[in-house]
Design a protein around this ligand. Structure first.
Ligand SMILES: [Zn+2]
Ligand SMILES: [Zn+2]
Length: 310
């Protein structure tokens, strides 16, 4: 091989992970980054899910105690994974826990799913660390319970714009039922996944336009529902926020095809029963978005936001 050809080939190989350079293993037409894949008890199960649904790369959402486990999986399959760090912001020593994990290689904070107010002192400390260490922070925002007695997570969403203004250097990623219900101006209080037409003027839609530091994680039943409920609205929503939306699965199926317990057995999300949430959301995104926008939400936006270098 001539030196020039060799160099070109080597550079191409370095930039393109081998898995998606094979057309037959790229069912979505290119690489797909799942920004919401919880580290499973058996880390191999994460890769099994990815292969089943055509995902090539992932952010492993990892608790502070599991950093070592995620690291092993990353080393086992180089070029496929990065990891986050999650810990309760109210626990003693939380700031040190976040700082240490990020210094050790975690590229984001999340998922934060705790019973705290979005503008609490504990969460504010996290926003400061995220800005200082240049990593995004992802929050689960939910008020309607999935089971009797479930308490709300990350409360005070109605005033979240105050937080967005107070921390312009922090990149926030919203996720969860209430975050997505607020793409519409009318948010019912008796369910988590509202169906039917979206009323223009929703807080999430508005804030994604108004604040450069707010991003939206499309994962889970909630993200899928928001995209599926009103295709005419969703088409415009994807256009408007094409640089702010990031694909994620948050799927609990085993094989990336819907086996096992999909969508956490949540009766309110029965439209996803037996399906893989990742596949379902990729399918609806592909139908609604141009190839260019599909590529942004499934790859480019996440790579940029998480500052990923494989
Ligand atoms: Zn969540
Ligand atoms: Zn799945």
């Amino acid at each position: 091989m001539q030196r020039r050809t060799f160099l070109k080939t080597t550079l191409a190989a370095a930039a393109v992970p081998s898995l998606w350079s094979q057309p037959e293993s790229a069912p979505w037409g290119g690489p797909v980054l799942d920004t919401h894949l919880h580290l499973r008890r058996d880390p191999d199960a994460c890769f099994t899910h990815m292969q089943g649904c055509g995902v090539t790369n992932a952010v492993l959402l990892t608790r502070d105690v599991d950093q070592g486990k995620a690291k092993e999986e990353m080393e086992k399959r180089p070029g496929h994974f990065v990891r986050s760090v999650a810990a309760d912001p109210a626990q003693t020593g939380a700031p040190e826990v976040f700082r240490k994990a990020i210094s050790g290689g975690a590229i984001s904070i999340g998922e934060l799913k705790y019973h705290l107010a979005l503008d609490s002192a504990e969460m504010r400390r996290v926003y400061e660390i995220a800005a200082e260490m240049r990593v995004p922070v992802m929050m689960h925002i939910q008020n309607f319970p999935h089971f009797a007695g479930e308490l709300p997570y990350n409360t005070g969403y109605d005033q979240f714009d105050e937080v967005l203004r107070a921390y312009p250097k922090t990149n926030f990623i919203g996720h969860g039922d209430l975050f997505w219900a607020n793409i519409s101006a009318d948010v019912p209080t008796d369910r988590g996944y509202p169906s039917g037409p979206v009323k223009k003027g929703g807080l999430t839609d508005k804030w994604l336009s108004d604040y450069p530091n707010l991003y939206a994680d499309m994962s889970a039943n909630s993200g899928n529902n928001a995209l599926s409920r009103d295709p005419d609205f969703s088409h415009g929503f994807l256009m408007r926020h094409q640089d702010k939306l990031i694909f994620g699965s948050d799927c609990t199926c085993t094989d990336g095809k819907g086996a096992g317990v999909s969508q956490n057995n949540n009766p309110e999300a029965s439209w996803l029963a037996g399906k893989c949430v990742a596949r379902a959301t990729l399918e609806v995104s592909k139908q609604l978005a141009s190839p260019e926008i599909f590529r942004k939400i499934t790859w480019e936006n996440g790579i940029r936001l998480f500052r990923i270098q494989w």
